[in-house]
Design a protein around this ligand. Sequence first.
Ligand code: NAP
Length: 251
Amino acid sequence: MTASNTLAGHGEFAGKTVLITGAGKGIGHATARVMAARGARVIAASRTQRDLDMLAEEIGCETLCVDLADPHATRKMAEAAQPVDLLVNNAGIVQLQPFLDTTVEAFDTTMAVNVRAAMIVAQVSARSMIERGVAGAIVNVSSISAAIGLPLHASYCASKAALDGLTRVMAVELGAHGIRANAVNPVVTLTPMAEKAWSDPSKARPMLARIPLNRFVQPEEVARTIAYLLGADSAMITGASLAVDGGFLAG
Ligand code: NAP
C-alpha cells in the first residue's frame, strides 16, 4: 500500500473507505478519482503496478496489485483491504470470439475475472461489514451485454448476465444487514477496453445508431452513477441493474 488520500475527510464520502477493483484504467480509474474527490479513502486494486503508482500519485490512494483470475490471490487481496465500507467490483475483461469458436480457456478466464472474483471480493467485504455492523454498499460493474446478445461476445455476455444474477442474490441475502448491492450496465464506454471491441468504425457505426442519445459513454459518467449507487441518495435502491446506455435498452 502507498500514501493515503489527501482529499479524504471532506465531502459526501468522508470517513468511508472504498475498495475499487480494476482501478488502473478506464471506468475503475474514473471511479477512483470521483470517490477521492468526494472524500472517500480509496483502495485501488488492479493488475499493473505502474497504473496503480500513477493513480496513487494523482489522488493519494492506497494500492493493491493482484491478478483477479487467481482466486487465492483475490481472497488475500480482499482480506488485506479490510475494513472497507464500500466496494466497486469493476475489473473485467473481454475476449472476442465467434460463438462456434469460443474456447473453454477464454470462457473460464472471463468467468473467473468478471464473476468469480466479484463474488470472492464481495464475500470477504460483506463478511467484514456484517461483523462491524456497517450498512455498506456494493456496486458490480456489469454491461448492457447482460441483457442482449452481441456478436463475438459469448463469454462476455454470459459473464455479465451471471454478474447481474449474483447482484440480485447479494441484494436479497445482504439486505437484512443493511448492505445494498446494485449493478451498473453501461453501453460502449470510451476506455481502453472499448478500443479493443469497438475501434472498427464499421462496427461502431451501427452500435451508435442504436443509442437514442447518439453517443458513447464517458468513463466519468459511469463513475458518477456508481457514486450515486454507493451514496445516501440511493438508500432505498438494491438489487437493481441500472443501465447507463443513452437509451439503448429502451429501443
Ligand atoms: P479497461 O479499460 O480494460 O480497464 C479494466 C481494468 O481492470 C484495468 O485496470 C485492468 O488492468 C483491470 N483488470 C483486468 N483484468 C484484471 C485482472 N485479472 N486482475 C486485476 N485487474 C484486472 O476496462 P473498462 O472499459 O474500464 O471496463 C471496466 C468494467 O466496465 C469492466 O467490468 C467492463 O466489462 C465494464 N464495461 C465496459 C464497457 C466499455 O465499453 N468500456 C461497457 C460496459 C461495461 P490491466 O490493464 O493491468 O489488465
